[in-house]
Ligand binder design. Structure first.
Ligand code: FPP
Length: 253
């Protein structure tokens, strides 16, 4: 399995393929992948990063504009300290090893989630990667790190309440756009498709507001096994779905 950073080839095409503008991924099953091979869970996370590199490459090749990946949830703090430290070190290593490639391939990286509780050095790293890729216009890679959908909405409510208290916003002017502006994902289109690996069929606090009308596709493969074949199977499934956005016929595509 290649651990090469992003490699760009010619955009791929396949008849009948519908390419979502924004794909969200709940990268699940790293631990089970490792356990099935008699390896420590950390090995599963390392292969998880390789699968993330493959996914970035696939999104570039197939012309997906936004990719949001769930890499550390606000609930993951209950894991053993060693595992938390390891996942944090993976983010640092991912940035260190792949940043130049991501820049070279015009990828814009944003980290969404709470910055509370993160070490200063990690915050600086996050700001650095965001600044260095801010002018890139290709794939938008959003890494949900220390992210929880309920926490995001709660933070948005608090910000709006502060604006009301300061007199800069009237309660009557609070509409869906005002809420969207206060989310971490302000300015980012909602995901068209959310994929979850490892056979679990839950949303687990991922993009709760933004995923209101997303198509959900659950795949049996554990995240480290996610490859182009699985990606194309998911896109075939997505192409069969008719998105109605609450209406009676396909709209908004
Ligand atoms: C899910 O597997 C994965 C995670 C909770 C986080 C780790 C994610 C990665 C290593 C991918 C890229 C990460 C970064 C930081 C860029 P699990 O541990 O929940 O697996 P299990 O459900 O089988 O135990």
């Amino acid at each position: 399995m290649s651990s090469d950073p992003v490699i760009v080839r010619q955009p791929s095409s396949k008849p009948g393929l519908k390419i979502p503008g924004h794909i969200g991924v709940i990268m699940d099953g790293n631990g089970r992948w490792a356990k099935a091979r008699g390896k420590p869970r950390t090995e599963g996370h390392i292969e998880g990063v390789n699968a993330l590199r493959r996914m970035v490459e696939l999104c570039i090749r197939y012309g997906v504009k936004h990719l949001t990946v769930f890499s550390f949830s606000s609930e993951n703090w209950t894991r053993p300290k060693d595992e938390i430290n390891f996942i944090f070190s993976l983010l640092r290593r991912f940035v260190a090893s792949d940043l130049q490639k991501l820049i070279a391939h015009n990828v814009r990286v944003r980290i969404i989630g709470s910055r509370d509780g993160l070490e200063d050095s990690l915050r600086r790293l996050i700001e650095d990667v965001e600044n260095k890729t801010a002018r890139n216009t290709g794939l938008n890679l959003h890494v949900a790190f220390n992210y929880g959908g309920k926490a995001e909405i709660t933070e948005a409510v608090r910000r709006i309440a502060e604006e009301v208290a300061a007199g800069s916003l009237r309660p009557a002017d609070i509409d869906e756009r005002a809420v969207e502006r206060a989310l971490y994902t302000s300015g980012i289109p909602d995901p068209d498709l959310i994929i979850r690996t490892s056979g679990e069929q839950r949303v687990s606090n991922f993009l709760l507001w933004q995923g209101a009308y997303s198509e959900l596709v659950f795949v049996e493969d554990n995240w480290p096994d996610f490859d182009e074949r699985t990606f194309l199977r998911v896109l075939d499934e997505y192409a069969l779905r008719e998105r109605r956005f609450g209406g009676i016929e396909a709209a908004g595509q």
